[in-house]
Design a protein. Structure first.
Length: 70
């Protein structure tokens, strides 16, 4: 499972709110909701967030082993 819990910690530490991500930086509410609920998002969204937050991918997401195999 991919978890985005680190995203919210990193965003807060850098002074970004959900509102700012949506209104100022044009991250859709649907994408923010998907991230909040650890749903799939595109690599484009992840890339945008890393650029915006000036961080590494490991600062916004992590892999938690589970039994979800193909």
């Amino acid at each position: 499972m991919i978890k985005f819990d680190k995203l919210w910690e990193t965003a807060e530490a850098k002074g970004f709110t959900n509102n700012a991500l949506h209104e100022k930086h044009h991250i859709s509410k649907a994408q923010l909701s998907r991230l909040r609920h650890n749903k799939g998002v595109t690599t484009c969204t992840i890339d945008r967030l890393c650029n915006l937050l000036e961080c590494d991918i490991s600062d916004i997401m992590e892999h938690i082993p589970d039994d979800n195999f193909f």
